[in-house]
Design a protein around this ligand. Structure first.
Ligand code: COA
Ligand code: AMP
Length: 622
């Protein structure tokens, strides 16, 4: 363990307030905070600042205006564009003016349903500039999911584009937006739409406004001061029900945490280039495509493409080389996709990795095989690290920036300063060393973690109820003898499909809404590429016959309700579901069957014969 890491971790535990108040000095404050954490108010309650000023303007004022802030690399449109910090400030100030001109003020919400293009970044930062609260919705969600988020966030405006581009496919956004707005009870003032050259969208007169026309009328608008604890954004994520959880991020704690993490975890210095190959619709995109690198004065890469197919499995390495990326971040599934196409690593041998120092992985467990393959190919440190939408930044990692180099494939690393982990049993007692249990974090958690759930304080409180004084992560894991923390999976019904967080409970609700389905179970089965994929087991109502297209209908239902990202492709119509005598569906047993593991008949089972039949059915379906 590096001395710097050890000292930093100890200081963060013995005096959290002092540690983070000191870290907060890396930012520009309108009024510097004197207060640390309080349970009621969160971090830095008396601080005043502006996140956009910290991400852009202060760098321009400090003489870095000519430095590249954003590189837009879009293999799907064949474009590369550079924006300096001065250009970024001008773009964002004008979009802020456009929003203000349309009546958006401090505290108002703006929903952003846009692809991976520069205007999406401008829009997020423009909201931050005027104290409005953005809520970015991932493009892979269907209209009903967008509608749920609109009804919860109640935005004044919805910002969108005519299309997204997914590999070779052009995905029209406007029909989806129109459908979502038919489903909402909340009505929004306007949709502002950016017409992309790949597809023209039809506009609804009166409601829809053209982005470029509105922007042409806008005046550049300065940053407004906001309270440190004011919300910067709401990001909806899957909970255990069909209703998404609106994670609320503050301004001051978030900016402090991201500035600290860029330097101390990722080892980034101002002027260096950071690339997180994620999507702005996810927390990784918020923290490490947009806010983190810019707050740290780095260059960020906005990549509109996929690890494979745009045009090939060499696209990541070419981008890293072309733009002198220093540190790279992606999901294990992306590396598995590249490996599948290029097992011998011919592209990386051909292209190289430029000045890359390390690759970080997160979003799902990084399996040792993938880590070893990547290490062999790249000859660089491959660092797994763990976090969640709720936390906003990594809580388990190898802190490269503090000279720590300890790594073990299969483990997510060590607790990051500011996070005290405990592994607890069901009764809330610490488990013996090396045993598995619920992964919890003792309060206070470091700055940047969620302050509440939008419109749902009870839901927020629930995460602290099972183990009073601790945040329940929903993951299971254990510390090993050397202090590495291993995360083994969720304790609830959340699954990670290709790095996308989804709820099987929500999918069950949708499958059960098919008129022929009496009951169902959806589980996450292991998948060599995506980590996990959903698999549905459905029992039909009495008198219903399974027809040839029934599976197709159920798959379409999930796709139309939740979105293509759900990636449900496997539906089994079964006679009955395995259940305990008290009627609980044995989902863990179904999961084992789906994974081809040996199944020991649970003693509590009511209908053991069902297990046999399902096993035979899966075996015969291949
Ligand atoms: N907009 C619209 N549709 C989207 C979308 C978006 N932003 N993202 C995904 N989809 C669609 C895909 O086109 C696909 O549709 P299809 O069923 O019609 O083919 C479906 O949702 C499933 O997508 P995905 O799970 O991404 O599978 P894929 O086969 O297209 O790609 C990977 C597989 C591994 C290449 C891809 O999932 C990937 O790059 N994952 C990394 C994710 C990541 O970075 N997560 C962030 C955590 S760090
Ligand atoms: P999300 O909120 O989408 O970031 O998903 C968070 C969940 O993803 C965590 O609770 C974990 O279950 C899983 N996860 C994220 N990163 C890792 C990792 N490095 N190792 C294991 N699981 C991870």
């Amino acid at each position: 363990m590096s001395r710097e890491y050890a000292a930093s971790y100890a200081a963060s535990q013995s005096d959290p307030d002092g540690f983070w108040l000191n870290a907060a000095r890396a930012l520009d404050w309108e009024r510097a905070p004197t207060q640390g954490w309080s349970r009621q108010e969160g971090w830095f309650a008396d601080g005043i600042l502006n996140t956009c000023h910290n991400a852009i303007d202060r760098h321009v004022e400090a003489g870095r205006g000519e430095q590249t802030a954003v590189i837009y690399e879009s293999p799907v449109t064949g474009q590369t564009r550079h924006f300096s910090y001065a250009e970024l400030r001008d773009e964002v100030a004008r979009v802020a003016g456009m929003l203000a001109g349309l009546g958006v003020a401090k505290g108002d919400r703006v929903v952003i349903y846009m692809p991976m293009i520069p205007e999406t970044l401008f829009a997020m930062l423009a909201c931050a500039r005027i104290g409005a609260v953005h809520s970015v919705v991932f493009g892979g969600f269907a209209a009903p999911e967008l509608a749920k988020r609109i009804d919860d966030a109640k935005p004044k405006l919805l910002l969108t584009a005519s299309c997204g581009i997914e590999g070779q496919k052009v995905i029209p956004y406007k029909p989806l937006v129109d459908h979502a707005l038919e489903l909402t009870t909340h009505s929004i003032d306007h949709v502002v739409l950016l017409q992309r050259p790949q597809l023209a969208a039809e506009m609804t007169a009166g409601r829809d406004l053209d982005w470029q026309t509105e922007l042409a009328k806008a005046q550049p608008t300065p940053c407004v001061p906001v309270a440190s604890t004011d919300p910067l954004y709401i990001l909806y994520t899957s909970g255990t029900t069909g209703t998404p959880k609106g994670v609320v991020r503050d301004n001051g704690g978030h900016a402090t945490a991201l500035a600290w993490s860029m330097k101390h975890i990722y080892g980034m210095a101002p002027g260096e280039t950071f690339w997180a190959a994620s999507d702005v619709g996810w927390v990784v995109g918020h923290s490490y495509i947009v806010y983190g690198p810019l707050i740290a004065g780095c260059t960020t890469v906005l990549f509109e493409g996929k690890p494979v197919g745009t045009p090939d499995a060499g696209t990541f390495w070419r981008t890293i080389d072309k733009h002198d990326v220093d540190v790279f971040f992606t999901a294990p599934t992306a590396i598995r996709a590249i490996r599948k196409e290029d097992p011998q690593g011919a592209f990386v041998t051909d292209v190289g990795t430029g000045r890359l120092r390390a690759m970080f992985l997160a979003g799902e467990r990084a399996d040792p095989d993938t880590i070893h393959w990547a290490e062999d190919q790249l000859g660089l440190p491959i660092i797994d690290h763990w976090w969640q939408t709720e936390l906003g930044w990594p809580a388990i990692a190898t802190c490269l920036g503090m000279g720590d180099t300890r790594r073990k494939a299969g483990s997510a690393g060590f607790p990051v300063p500011g996070f005290h982990f405990e592994i607890l049993d069901e009764g809330g007692h610490p488990v013996s060393h090396g045993s598995s249990g619920a992964v919890t974090i003792r309060l206070p958690m470091a700055p940047g973690c969620y302050a509440t759930l939008w419109n749902n304080p009870e839901g927020y409180a629930k995460a602290f109820q099972t183990f009073p004084g601790y945040y329940e992560t929903g993951d299971a894991g254990h510390f090993d003898a050397e202090g590495f923390l291993n995360i083994m999976g969720r304790t609830d019904d959340i699954i990670n499909v290709a790095g996308h967080r989804l709820s099987t409970g929500q999918m069950e609700q949708i499958v059960a809404s098919h008129p022929a389905v009496a009951e169902c179970a959806v589980i996450g089965a292991d998948d060599a590429l995506k980590g996990m994929i959903p698999m549905a087991f459905a029992v039909l109502k009495a008198g219903q016959e399974a027809h040839a297209n029934m599976q197709g209908e159920i798959i379409a239902l999930v796709r139309d309700d939740l979105g293509p990202v759900a990636a449900l492709k496997d539906v089994h119509i079964v006679e009955a579901l395995p259940k305990t005598r008290s009627g609980k569906i044995l989902r863990a047993t179904l999961r084992k069957i789906a994974n081809g593991e040996t199944v020991v008949t649970p003693p509590t089972i009511e209908n053991a014969d069902v297990l046999d039949r399902i096993m035979r059915q899966l075996a015969s379906s291949g």
